[in-house]
Design a protein around this ligand. Sequence first.
Ligand code: BGC
Ligand code: BGC
Length: 623
Amino acid sequence: MSRQWMIRAAAMLLLVTVTPAAPPAAAVAGARAAALPYQDPSLPVATRVSDLMGRMSPDDKLGQMTQAERGSVSAGDITAHRLGAVLSGGGSAPSPNTPASWADMYDRFQNAALATPLGIPLLYGVDAVHGHNNVVGATIFPHNLGLGATRDPALVQRIGRAVAEEVSGTGVDWNFAPCLCVARDDRWGRTYESFGETPELPSAMATIVTGLQGATLNGPASVLATAKHYLGDGGTAGGVDQGDTRLSEQDLRAIHLPPFKAAVERGVGSVMISYSSWNGAKLHGHQYLISTLLKGELGFTGFVVSDWNGIDQIDGAPGASAHDVRTAINAGVDLVMAPTGWRQFIDLLRAEVQAGRVTQARVDDAVRRILTKKFELGLFERPLTDRAYTATVGSAEHRALARQAVARSQVVLKNAAGVLPLARTGNKIFVAGRSADDIGMQSGGWTISWQGSPGNITPGTTILQGIRNTAGAGTTVTYSRSGSGIDSSYRVAIAVVGETPYAEGQGDRPGGLGLDAADLDTIATLRASGVPVVVVLVSGRPLDVAAHLPGWHALVAAWLPGTEGQGVADVLFGAVQPTGKLPVTWMSGAAQQPINAGDGKTPLFPYGFGLTYDPPQDDTTPP
Ligand code: BGC
Ligand code: BGC
């Protein structure tokens, strides 16, 4: 009997002794259901797992290793095929898309899993990569690149906790986050999912794992985190999504491994494999990197999940083949995300096991890892949604935290003649630009839909609204999207411009990182008035602005702030002093890509750069 178990048993005894009239609900459920050892929450997890595995059929085990997409699976399928996991892909949501209907959907799927002979609960996974971003009304936090600019791991941990509460309130127990990629080439369309270009910055921000998972996995509102995408996703040649990372092992380890090591040290429950290759070899089939390095050397005891149809790419032919399946599982993949092709995956894996090309021992290891996390999460005791958290989705408290993170993420790159901070009172401000009054634009990809989109996609405060909210007595704020209508009577013009939302490969820009033509027109219109121009860049990465910068009085990198645009205004008016520092090197021109700290190239602004200013003397009171 382990020491931990003895302490736990003693604690339970104490609970029962001191509160005989009202034992905690979990204890009651445990006592009632503890007919079999695996159902007994007082037993150590390893004992419960072994007991359960001894009762499982071969098909029960295959089902545990399989994850289907919600739109391609019915509750009946889950029961019949013993599926161990379901996911929502980007933008895949129940109708209506409300927190309560997410919780209802989750409970429906979960009850279908509980209806199997052994009643093994399922894991439901989502990409809550900057808040619970598939859910209308959720708090949308800045994307990771902005969080990297805050240089504040404690703040990022608090954000992880807030996200976990919102996710828990919809039942979901597993988050495909954080992306711990080290983005080395800004042409990559996933650069904004990175906390920054140095190994140190994403490693420091692995605190978000602790925020998501909580102090212990079976604590309140704990959500299983995923360190992704292992390994070298941000280092591909040319910044090509799902491309090839050509590095020596020494460099791969030095640049891309540290954040994963940090996450493993924090007990991250799962690791997702990258679509990319290392020196031509697909990560999804890479036994050395998955089994020898991650599970062996780093001592990762959680489970490894494949990316969306990721194993299909191993043999280079479309769709899953027997070769794909055995190579991935033998390399060390434990749970396979087979969103639509889950039946075929199960059939292929069954045949590989029967033929002896995948050993039963490997299957058992995979299932043991998955079940261990389910037990640790307390899913056997509390399988259904904890609706106490449903009202936290988009709560005022979480939005206040997001606003603070937005303000802390702003990086002031230029501020000529002290045009910033803006005076709150007696000012005459003109605001323009495609990104000024658009929640979708300021949220970017992975927001309500997979790719994200412009428009009023979810409740929040636009940057323009934030500016209007902050303007004080005697200040007028005039807005025109294109900049038309400005004249020389204004004291300052703010152009809020940047990138149109994108995700994954659709954001790759091999041809350059220039500003959008409409944005350049808007800025030109403002400049023609002679009014000082402040450019606020709403983008997923540095853009190629060097040639235009001399004509701008100020430049602020706002990244992709999410729903709380007030945080941008807080910094523009100096209600919050700017402290953000560049999480990536800012190129002098697109031809410099890739450009990173320490590579000897001369940037426009170096990694870590960021100006500050004092709050205005006259009107410091925040609204
Ligand atoms: C992405 C992952 C994501 C998964 C599930 C993939 O296309 O690369 O980051 O977790 O889909 O949506
Ligand atoms: C994404 C999913 C998305 C799907 C759409 C995947 O690559 O990761 O989240 O819904 O593509 O086809």
